[in-house]
Design a protein around this ligand. Structure first.
Ligand SMILES: [Zn+2]
Length: 159
């Protein structure tokens, strides 16, 4: 089974970032509903500065929710992602996708919101790092730093 949500999440993020007209023209919001995931992404977006928000619209980033559990964090950034990777059997990858942000729905429900948000910030840090430099390695401390660098607080304090 492959999950086809690429257009939905692209439209969702565009809507949140402020491209309402474009997002509504896509008309894809009725087919899916992921309240827990939307809540987490909304919270992350509120913490992000302009550069971080814009990075979420990068065409190389694809978001997906899968209905099964994995023995990883409840959210995971796969990069670079390609068709040979195991996760690609379950998600319909767009040709331009290089980073796949996957939410494991059952795992999200079994963890607290706070735990979920910490994992999301961490994996978004990896996403931003990779989008900025595709040669960047799987470096967890660097991902934590990158998240902070992309937040609103950091942006306003650096003026
Ligand atoms: Zn990490």
């Amino acid at each position: 089974m492959q999950i086809e949500q690429a257009a939905y999440w692209k439209a969702f993020l565009a809507l949140r970032v402020g491209w309402e007209q474009w997002a509504l023209e896509q008309g894809l919001f009725d087919a899916y509903s992921f309240p827990e995931v939307e809540e987490c992404l909304d919270e992350a977006l509120q913490e992000l500065g302009i550069a971080g928000r814009a990075a979420l619209l990068d065409r190389r980033l694809q978001v997906a929710v899968v209905p099964f559990s994995d023995s990883t964090d409840p959210v995971w950034a796969y990069f670079p992602v390609h068709r040979r990777r195991r996760i690609a059997r379950h998600v319909d990858l767009r040709p331009e996708t290089r980073v796949l942000l996957v939410f494991y729905q059952p795992d999200m429900r079994s963890h607290s919101k706070e735990y979920m948000m910490n994992k999301l910030r961490h994996h978004l840090g990896h996403v931003f790092l990779y989008l900025r430099n595709s040669k960047s390695k799987e470096d967890c401390p660097a991902a934590e730093e990158e998240w902070k660098r992309c937040t609103f607080e950091w942006e306003s304090s650096s003026d």
